[in-house]
Design a protein around this ligand. Structure first.
Ligand code: PLP
Length: 461
């Protein structure tokens, strides 16, 4: 069975360079047909794998492909997939240290490497999660527990209009209801407005509420904006608030010493969420939260029962730092590729992705009709299409049409966002498979679509 699965996986991956940027996902009828009652009898593996690989997998965005520059890519490193296979089939219990001490130590190593790359002290501790959303959730729980204890209702959390939607969702799940979440405006670069933040905090203190946390972004999903982390850090320090940074998209760039100035202030934060399934190219299912004062993370998550082995003081015990007990052994998926390739290769890949985004921005700025609204702060850029006399509504329709035409070529997949009523197209370069020629394809396809759309609107080139 293993050999059969591996053969099909390798065949699938070998075809990625020529695969369409997205399969047909308009398949509601197929999904209705796929719904079925529980199977009572078995089916030969081949008959299950054939439609899986030949049909169903293909009805999806090709997130592993080199042309995937939509949302926030990652790619899905093959050795990490092998690590997940090993972890699942050896199926050791890594919820508590005593059940698999050496395996848990490998995960602890990975967490301490991440902490070091974020510029955190050795007192930092962390956890591997299913992704950025859960990492942000655990951060909010930790800050809430530390600052508010059991009196949640007057605690106030601050974030920006461009924060990922999981921040407000996580706040609600953590018991911080919508009327205690302040959504702060942004400046012309889509970064949190620190003076508005300061005013909002001051107003809430005056009202007798308890401001306790700011969630800033190190790379927003919309335009890749990095909030002014230093200034927010100063304010949080002065007013005694927890500063968490959602670095699900961007924090991994802090691994690269020469890019650290782009994320200045990150090492001062109280906690950071990062997504190795984005910035370290892993398969979906691995996020991370690192908390500067590891004791506070432990205080929020510790728990014990007499059917569990005794706690040890010396070693990292996942059950004391995470909401989970039984859990996938996520650490191996990071440990294996990091040991196999070495961190230098990851740094080089991240630096290359930024260079490619700068290259795309420079090339697009020379395309007639393309307005670069957000040049890359990290590796994401956003732009729209215009022509003389165009209204915002016409530009919005044309930019949407541009995205659709680019996808029609099936070489690259891009997605858009909306900022202040304006529709923007985005290019996010973060897959390890995306190289210069693929970014050139993106630029060429945008340029061709822009020229065609402008010509259709009677614009002379
Ligand atoms: C800035 C940001 N935060 C949080 C998330 C949520 O991460 P996940 O999808 O891993 O839960 C994303 C996902 O794209 C993101 O870009």
């Amino acid at each position: 069975m293993g050999a059969d699965v591996l053969r099909r996986v390798v065949e699938h991956l070998s075809g990625l360079d020529n695969a369409p940027a997205s399969g047909n996902v308009d398949v509601a009828d197929l999904c209705r047909r796929l719904a079925e009652p529980p199977p009572d009898t078995g089916t030969p593996l081949d008959q299950l794998l054939d439609p899986l690989f030949n049909e169903w997998v293909g009805h999806s965005f090709t997130t592993t492909g080199p042309g995937y520059m939509a949302y926030v890519p990652g790619g899905g490193l093959y050795p990490s997939g092998l690590a997940e296979f090993i972890a699942a089939t050896t199926n050791r219990f890594t919820g508590v240290w005593q059940a698999a001490p050496a395996l848990v130590q490998l995960e602890a190593n990975v967490l301490s490497w991440l902490a070091e790359w974020m510029g955190y002290p050795t007192s930092a501790r962390g956890l591997l999660t299913s992704g950025g959303s859960m990492a942000n959730f655990s951060a909010i729980v930790t800050a809430r527990e530390h600052h508010l204890g059991e009196r949640l209702r007057d605690g106030v959390l601050y974030t920006s209009t461009h924060a990922h939607h999981c921040v407000a969702k996580s706040a609600r799940l953590a018991g911080i209801l919508g009327d205690r979440v302040r959504v702060i405006g942004v400046d012309e670069h889509c970064r949190m407005d620190v003076s508005e933040l300061a005013d909002a905090i001051a107003d809430d203190f005056d009202e007798g509420l308890r401001p306790f946390m700011v969630v800033s972004s190190a790379g927003t999903t919309n335009t890749g904006a990095v909030d002014p982390l230093e200034a927010i850090g100063d304010l949080c320090e002065a007013r005694g608030l927890w500063h968490h940074v959602d670095g699900a998209y961007g924090a991994c760039f802090h691994m690269v010493p020469e890019l650290r100035p782009l994320l200045a202030g990150l090492p001062r934060t109280d906690s950071v969420a990062l997504d190795p399934h984005k910035g370290m190219f892993l398969p979906y299912g691995t996020g991370a939260l690192i908390v500067r004062d590891g004791e506070l993370l432990r205080a929020a998550h510790a728990g014990h029962a007499d059917y569990l082995p005794d706690l040890n003081a010396e070693f990292y015990d996942p059950s004391q730092y995470t909401p989970e007990l039984s859990r996938p052994y996520r650490g191996l998926g990071l440990w294996l590729p990091l040991k196999l390739y070495g961190a230098a290769k990851f740094r080089a890949a991240l630096a290359e992705k930024r260079e490619l985004a700068l290259f795309a921005a420079e090339a697009l700025s020379r395309v007639s009709g393309i307005v670069l609204d957000a040049p890359p702060q990290l590796s994401l850029l956003a732009f729209h299409l215009t022509w003389p006399g165009a209204s915002t509504m016409e530009e919005n329709e044309a930019t949407d049409a541009l995205l659709a035409r680019v996808l029609q070529r099936q070489r690259v997949m891009l997605t858009g966002c909306q900022v202040d009523g304006r529709h923007l197209a985005r290019i996010c370069v973060l897959s390890f498979r995306t190289r210069r020629r693929h970014v050139q394809n993106a630029v060429d396809d945008v340029a061709a679509a822009a020229a065609a759309l402008r010509a259709e609107r009677g614009v002379v080139a």
